[in-house]
Write a protein that binds this ligand. Sequence first.
Ligand code: AHR
Length: 662
Amino acid sequence: MKKRLLKAVPFLLLLNISGMMAMAQAVKTLRLDAAHPIADIQPTMWGIFFEDINFAADGGLYAEMVKNRSFEFATPMTGWKETNKTKDAGNLLVLNRNEVSQSNNPRFIRVTAKNAGNFGITNDGFRGMGITSGAVYNFSVLARMATGTNMNLRLELVNVKGDKIGEASTSVTGSKWQHFTTSLTATATDPKAKLNIWFEGTGAADMDMVSLFPKDTWKGRTNGLRKDLVQLLADMKPGFIRFPGGCIVEGRELATRYQWKKTVGIVDDRELIINRWNQEFRHRPTPDYYQSYGLGFYEYFELAEDIGASPLPILNCGMACQFNTAEVVPVEQIDPYVQDALDLIEFANGDQNSKWGKLRTAMGHPAPFNLTMMGVGNEQWGPQYIERYKVFTKAIKDKYPDIKLVNSTGTDPDGDRFKYLNDTLRKMNADILDEHYYRAPEWFLQNASRYDSYDRTGPKIFAGEYAAQSKGIASPDNRNNWQTALSEAAYMTGLERNAGVVSMASYAPLFAHVDAWQWTPDLIWFDNLNSYGTPNYYVQKLFSANKGTQVVPLLREGQPLAGKDSLYASAVLDKVASELVIKIANTSAVSQSTQVALGGIKRPAAMANVLVLQSINLQQVNSLEKPKAISPIMEQAKVIGANLSLTLPPYSFSVVRLKASW
Ligand code: AHR
């Protein structure tokens, strides 16, 4: 124990241990003033940011299990292997139908079989396929006979040793492209299973869109999402979801930018594209990372609706990633980009008879998705951004004056790029400024008062991407440890206290596959079968699920509590639940006693519930093996007279809920 405590101390480099021990004796008094709310908390206050990085979409949230189902990866048979059990049992060719008719999905394979089932192909999945005993998996293939009348496809799920753990078959007939389907029930569990397809019969069959989904997706949808991952999001009760990125929006070059129109409509017709994270980091190359767009803009809007989050799409503003090619579209050629933005609003909100509203209806959602805001660009900087931002803003506001626009302030929360954009966008009365900070835990502690001095009458602030980095930005050694999560909790009390100017905030990035990530830290980690929330996830969830409706003053010696004695606190009223909610982080190595004088509170309950996240070990992480090593524990605190007594354990974050009126 002694050893662990000593190891934890560097977090507080500047603090003196003996001073802290003395400090532990004294009871600190905080004064609440429930009668004078400072600001309303926006329903959007705490949200999530989804980017297709770390296999977050294909291989992650999107439940498709076949990698490269359409043979459109740069190397068409990536993810596939051919097996000839006997000499000349069969063969395959990769064909490209664009010679005959233009298609977004031009390639398919022609399989020629010469005898009974001795030629086959195997798909590896996304670092394997997560198969669960007893679960049902739906197979489908778009196919036709090129020569001959029919071909039987014998399907096998095999475990990592090659043993069969599920089987089924379906027959391809006819010379017209159509979907053939069947389902398999697994007889065993394996996180790294594979799918074999053996071809029985003679002749040649053409095949495309070879697909395998678990039947049990989120809400049982076909082309659906992984249930456990969506559940983790839904449990957070997020106020918004920002999608689809991040740098993914920008592309390494304009040609590979994210274009939402390519991601909607019939799944078979969506054009696959390389994922920009495929080749970004030398230390984590991922040559098999593509975007099938099976999870596209319709599915993002649907997800937002399912989890009660306002959708916040981010669109390319005519600029590719400035860390890569930095290509920009000439302003006189920007119209198609602007039109994409206008059309997206119609897709989300338009009448069923409008061009894009009609597509939404045809896809299964006649009602509007209630889009109220949109991001123009991701981490753009410089005058070239302002030039393009002006054109977008004019066009969007002219047609849709109520849509709020989110604007970039660059890559960092300070420095020349930030200053230029912050000053310029404020002069232009921008709606919402998107600030990003990937910084050391100490930065988060030192900047908990960042927004205390921000202009309340200017643009609202969206803390669009933030995460404490235990080593450094983009270091593969970053960990989602308790030190980072606790520093974020402390910082977030500063966001909450400033809800009058900060209207939205989201951690970044959201998801990472344990075998296929490029960037760490990340909020939620998963393999092909299981998933877990990091300590940072529980911090986010505690804020979001205890959002409240109005922020009220909570002062120590007349000042907000933002670091004195290593304590950070904020308070909100929850009108709906009729509860006072206090959030308080103790970032010191000792227990501290506080007393909250409940000014303005009437008829408080005798006891408050306290959800506590805590570990004496700042390096502690959660993992697939120990998913809840750090997770909230319910405790209670007493109210005596008009005072609430709290004991704050070392290195802890507590959320107090007290039934009361005011
Ligand atoms: O979250 C990872 C990346 O960090 C995002 O794509 C980008 O916006 C930021 O630089």
